[in-house]
Design a protein around this ligand. Structure first.
Ligand SMILES: [Zn+2]
Length: 88
């Protein structure tokens, strides 16, 4: 189990995506079938999987929480979302 917690909107970086700033959208939801009521959709929150989106992108990705690291707001470019970009 991980002890890392993030709030929606927190900026993060993801192992395997060097130089790209992401923001934390939420935890993954898993649809679970209720055997007593198959017509009822219920969702479990999967706290081991994060949904993140690259800054400036609109594509959600599911990433293991273990691969997320916190990222300071001033550590990346607000224009293109790259870490270490010279635009400021
Ligand atoms: Zn930039």
């Amino acid at each position: 189990m991980t002890t890392k917690t993030f709030e929606r909107g927190d900026h993060v970086q993801v192992k395997g995506f060097p130089g790209v700033a992401f923001w934390f959208v939420g935890y993954a939801e898993r649809r679970v079938l209720d055997p007593w009521d198959p017509l009822q959709d219920t969702y479990d929150i999967d706290h081991s999987t994060a949904v993140v989106r690259a800054v400036g992108d609109d594509l959600d990705r599911e990433i293991d929480m273990d691969r997320l690291e916190p990222l300071d707001r001033d550590a990346f470019c607000g224009g293109c979302g790259q870490i270490g970009c010279g635009h400021g």
